[in-house]
Design a protein around this ligand. Structure first.
Ligand code: 5AD
Ligand code: SF4
Length: 441
């Protein structure tokens, strides 16, 4: 089979990153080889995001650039998938004339069939139907040689309807993948050298709810923990309301469970949390964080924060700052509230002016940077166990590994240690990484 080249660009979250890996795996079977050079591509896929307006803008500007490539090479096939594609459906073809196909979040498994159709008939295709099956998330993506860590999707969709969020509309209702399928996939990954898995879902804490919780998330983690050559388990994302004390305890009981949790808080004001339809108070959130820290004192807590939600007063915003001071997150992703069509928040009064949102965001991010660097500095001199992921991005001569708490550590070594666990002493802390020196292999 002649090699054809595929260029994939991913926008948005870890879910999308993994969906792109699955797309690449399906297309490898059709003879498409991944390239990082867009000019070589026979097929370009954009895996889009529409969680915020900015993400959608980026997609349009990239499609403008791709339009020029298509003028030069009319044989080039261009497809868009992901959340923006799900949202726009057929309308995407009207907005962007040079698209060949548009496919939604439940249609990834149909990619080969769609591409054959475009190759043969050159017709414009749209596939954005929702399906009751889990076909689109169960696709096995073999890891590249030397990869140590892999994503495994354990559920799709979301039933939470947080008032600002489009995900439930674009990824459909929550559905959990059967445990045996998940275990089988992880076993295959481990056979290929994977030592760490990150279990993915919009709200992993409610895993199993769609089949009556015969096996809930904690039980799933414990089952996965029995896979002997697997060394580390992570998960993402958790909902604070559904984070059970059973799961919190699991951090003390299951030694393969890494000491990191991404627990999006969104706001430090109870009034705003209610408007967001989050289902917990700041006090309940802090109680869970305290419990986690009691059981695993080194646990890293990261979070998402939305700034300038409709009705957010200076006082509500100050409560978010106070909450950040109290909790001292290891790091946060913070965003200006972005109005999304069709969500409940769209109809709320008291929209915060853009300039004010930016001012608040800059201040919150500066505070977070201060907390992050202070947390990292406190690690100087400590011993940390790393799982080595490969070469460092900073220097050819360095290797990079992550601590159990998800921090990046760069260190020098002449040895090939990828996939191994090593002990390092932290010699220097930076904002986004640490530097270490090997003390034991
Ligand atoms: N505006 C700003 N941020 C949002 N997020 C989700 N929807 C919006 C929105 N409309 C953020 C939340 C979520 C993260 C993935 O994206 O903080 O946790
Ligand atoms: Fe969106 Fe809320 Fe679901 Fe997360 S839990 S995907 S923020 S609706």
């Amino acid at each position: 089979m002649k090699n054809k080249y595929l260029y994939i660009e991913t926008f948005g979250c870890q879910m999308n990153v993994h969906d792109s890996e699955q797309m690449a795996a399906l297309l490898a079977d059709k003879g498409y080889k991944l390239t990082e050079n867009i000019k070589l591509a026979d097929l370009i896929l954009l895996n889009t995001c529409s969680i915020r307006e900015k993400a959608a803008h980026k997609v349009y500007s990239e499609l403008g650039r791709i339009g020029k490539l298509k003028e030069q090479n009319p044989e080039l096939i261009v497809g868009v998938g992901g959340c923006l594609a799900q949202h726009l459906g057929r309308k995407f073809h009207k907005r962007v004339g040079h698209l060949d196909f548009v496919f939604g979040t439940h249609n990834i498994h149909r990619l080969p069939e769609m591409i054959s159709s475009v190759e043969n008939k050159r017709e414009k295709i749209t596939n954005v139907d929702f399906s009751k099956s889990l076909n689109s998330i169960g696709i096995y993506a073999p890891p590249a040689n030397g990869t140590v860590s892999a994503f495994v999707t354990i559920m799709q969709g979301c039933n939470n309807f947080c008032s600002y969020c489009v995900v439930p509309y674009l990824r459909g209702p929550e559905m959990s993948r059967p445990p045996d399928d998940i275990i089988e996939e992880i076993r295959k990954l481990v056979d290929r050298g994977i030592r760490e898995v990150t279990l993915l879902g919009q709200n992993v804490n409610s895993y199993g709810r769609t089949f009556g919780n015969d096996l809930n998330f904690t039980a799933l983690i414990k089952k996965i923990g029995k896979i002997s050559e697997l060394e580390r388990i992570r998960f993402m994302t958790s909902h604070p309301r559904d984070l059970s004390y059973e799961l919190i305890n699991c951090f003390a009981e299951e030694e393969k469970l890494c000491e990191h949790i991404h627990l999006p808080v969104q706001s430090g004001s109870n009034r705003i949390l209610e408007l967001m339809n989050r289902g917990y108070t700041v006090e309940e959130y802090i109680k869970k964080v305290d419990c986690l820290r009691k059981l695993r004192p080194q646990i890293s807590i990261t979070s998402d924060i939305i700034i300038g939600f409709p009705g957010e007063t200076q006082n509500d915003y100050q409560e978010t700052i106070d909450m950040m001071e109290k909790i001292r997150f290891d790091s946060t992703f913070s965003f200006k509230y972005s109005e999304r069509k069709g969500t409940a928040a769209e109809k709320l009064e008291g929209k915060v002016e853009e300039g004010e949102k930016s001012r608040r965001l800059t201040q919150a991010q500066a505070l977070q940077d201060q907390h992050t660097i202070e947390t990292n500095l406190a690690m100087e001199g400590s011993l940390q166990e790393l799982l080595v992921e490969g070469k460092s991005k900073n220097s050819e001569n360095d290797l990079m590994g992550r601590t159990s708490s998800w921090k990046i550590v760069n260190f020098k070594s002449e040895l090939e240690l990828t996939g191994k666990r090593v002990k390092v002493k932290i010699t220097k802390a930076y904002l986004h990484s640490l530097r270490g020196k090997i003390v034991d292999i």
